[in-house]
Write a protein that binds this ligand. Structure first.
Ligand code: HEM
Length: 423
């Protein structure tokens, strides 16, 4: 059996991700009636959709069977796939980053920066990050009582934090933000470089132009840090060796690009969604102000609620079985983190924002060997921002209608107008 055409079209439609009722209705129907089944939307190769929490976890865990790189690691239509194969000489992904490698190569590459992203290693950054948070909070309070929290705080603060960790100078931040948004939101007219709706067959071309700009920039970064190494992630990447050899050009560019882009739009979308939730749930704001120990539950719920990474794709490299269904070698599978995080079998009342849920159940950071490298950094920077901001405000309410980015990959609120009162 295949998934109903209307649902299949919805889950590949970037506009559906900006219309949460439509998206949630489609995935709820899938979880109930076709939890692991094949979608055949027009213009795309057929793919399985894993909409349940248990199936997403199982596929991620069996990373020897379900690979990232065999086909595109993110949803791509047929025209995009053909374009990628044309420009890369037959590969299925435009870049070769941690996300687009498997097995030993993935282990070797991940081991290069993994130690820098552990909670212990990040602890030394706590004060620096708190300084950055204080600046953004002071700026927001000065601009109040009305601000667009998404564009004025949520999108800029994680960018500054990640760029500091990577070793990117502050004056290059707007360039990095622009290129990340172009990569993650090529279907959204507010985000892509054409600043208009583009036909599907043009999306990959736009993304490749963005990649070329990033490669130009990072070529200079390599020269700089090989000449003068510093204590930052970009310097680690520039000087990293596997065995006796520096990373290949393609490995190095992929590494810079994933490190520079994976960390801020994701955290930004979560932070913006969290403020939206606070504006709609005054009891949560009151609880957090009265009881700081509720913070961890709040952070985890905001990550589940936002699920800013909507999916990644896997490809079966041998015949296998998932959810009682036979999957063939070569089959392509969508892991819907958004849907898994609303699975009624795991989350009671999944469409309610509840900060007292059991911790560590959501799969918003993925799972298995590819689990988000920056998860501890993301949690820490969000905690620090809320610790700095919440004691200073008394109430917050929406001052307009929030808007979501049109993207089936990384999506969340691009605008959250709020009105607040000071404590
Ligand atoms: C991978 C989510 C923040 C760096 C991932 C994956 C997800 C994800 C779903 C794929 C996991 C999988 O395939 O199982 C998020 C969310 C974030 C966030 C929801 C914020 C709330 C960050 C930050 C960084 C980062 C701050 C640091 C710079 C990475 C990298 C990977 C990754 C490098 C690739 C890991 C690999 O394939 O081995 N993230 N992420 N992310 N993330 Fe994050």
């Amino acid at each position: 059996m295949t998934i109903k055409t209307e649902i299949a079209q919805t889950i590949v439609d970037p506009r559906a991700y900006a219309d949460r009722d439509r998206l949630d209705a489609a995935f709820t129907e899938l979880r109930h009636n076709a939890p692991f089944d094949i979608a055949e939307p027009e213009g795309f190769d057929p793919f399985w959709v894993a909409s349940r929490h248990a199936d997403v976890l199982e596929i991620e865990r069996r990373a020897d069977v379900f690979h990232n790189a065999a086909r595109s690691a993110t949803l791509t239509d047929k025209a995009g796939d053909a374009f990628v194969q044309f420009v890369t000489g037959g590969e299925r992904n435009l870049i070769r980053s941690l996300v687009q490698v498997d097995g030993q190569e993935h282990k070797d590459l991940r081991a290069l920066t993994f130690p820098a992203f552990t909670p212990k290693a990040l602890k030394v950054l706590e004060e620096q990050i708190r300084e950055i948070a204080r600046e953004f909070v002071a700026d927001m309070l000065a601009k109040g009582p009305e601000v667009d929290f998404a564009s004025e705080v949520a999108f800029l603060y994680p960018l500054r934090v990640v760029m500091r960790v990577l070793g990117v100078p502050q004056e290059d931040e707007p360039f990095m933000l622009k290129l990340t948004q172009e990569l993650f939101g090529p279907n959204d007219p507010d985000m892509n470089r054409e600043k208009k709706e583009v036909p599907p067959e043009q999306v990959m071309q736009l993304m490749q132009q963005t990649m070329l700009d990033l490669e130009g920039y990072f070529g200079e970064v390599t020269k700089k840090f090989r000449a003068n190494p510093e204590a930052c992630i970009n310097s680690l990447i520039a000087n990293a060796k596997i065995g006796d050899d520096y990373l290949t050009h393609r490995q190095m560019m992929g590494y810079y690009i994933i490190a520079a882009t994976a960390g801020h739009d994701t955290t930004a979308n979560t932070t913006a969604a969290a403020m939206w939730a606070l504006a709609e749930n005054p009891d949560v704001l009151a609880k957090l102000k009265a009881d700081p120990s509720a913070m961890q539950g709040f952070i985890e719920e905001t990550i589940r609620w936002a699920s800013p990474v909507k999916h990644f794709m896997r490809t079966a490299i041998v015949d296998a079985e998932v959810g009682g269904k036979p999957v063939k070698a070569g089959d392509w599978i969508m892991l819907s983190y958004h849907s898994a995080n609303r699975d009624e079998d795991v989350f009671e009342a999944p469409f309610e924002f509840r900060i007292d849920r059991p911790i560590h159940k959501h799969v918003a950071f993925g799972s298995g060997p590819h689990v988000c490298l920056g998860q501890h950094l993301a949690r820490m920077e969000m905690r620090i921002l809320w610790e700095e901001l919440l004691p200073k405000i008394d109430t917050v309410a929406l001052a307009g209608t929030p808007k979501l980015t049109q993207s089936s990959f990384v999506s969340g609120p691009k605008s959250v107008p709020i009105r607040f009162t000071l404590a």
